[in-house]
Design a protein around this ligand. Structure first.
Ligand SMILES: [Zn+2]
Length: 81
């Protein structure tokens, strides 16, 4: 009776362990084909790029919106503050 109990427990542990190993192996393969780190950096880059488009500097002379990286107005050439 008690031997059966322990056999059942060890069978369950091995069942869980094999599921975890299979899951880990599957995640490893998916990570190998679609690198999660690359995906995260790609998503981050998308958000950063979106922010860069949103951030603009308005020219004090002609009110043209210029990208923040511009040092001079693309319309009238005045230095952007
Ligand atoms: Zn301007």
């Amino acid at each position: 009776m008690s031997e059966d109990f322990f056999t059942n427990i060890s069978t369950q542990i091995w069942g869980i362990a094999s599921v975890l190993i299979t899951l880990g192996f599957a995640i490893w393969i998916v990570n190998f084909i679609f690198p999660i780190v690359d995906m995260i950096s790609w998503v981050t880059r998308c958000f950063v790029r979106k922010e860069k488009i949103v951030v603009v500097v308005k020219c004090s002379s002609c009110s043209t919106n210029n990208p923040q990286k511009n040092k001079f107005c693309s319309e009238c050439g005045k230095e952007l503050g």
